[in-house]
Design a protein around this ligand. Structure first.
Ligand code: ZN
Length: 81
């Protein structure tokens, strides 16, 4: 489950994220919001570096994604302890 993998240690890292709606985006993770009680509280705030949805999503700052909408991710930059 992504919520158990995408934890705060990925803050300030660059990730390539595959969303369940088909978007793939390279992002800089700003904040990982964790919550034990509510699924809707779990998510990431990120700056968008690039996306395969260039026509639909404007590049810019401070997007939010629910963790439940993230299908997969990999680290593309920064060091993870
Ligand atoms: Zn909560």
């Amino acid at each position: 489950m992504i919520a158990e993998q995408l934890t705060r240690r990925f803050q300030d890292k660059r990730l390539r994220i595959e969303f369940s709606d088909g978007q793939t985006a390279d992002v800089l993770v700003l904040v990982v919001s964790e919550c034990d009680k509510h699924e809707d509280c779990r998510g990431i705030t990120y700056d968008l570096i690039s996306t395969n949805w260039r026509d639909r999503v404007k590049q810019g700052s401070a997007y939010w994604a629910d963790l439940k909408d993230i299908k997969n991710f990999e680290v593309i930059g920064g060091s993870v302890e």
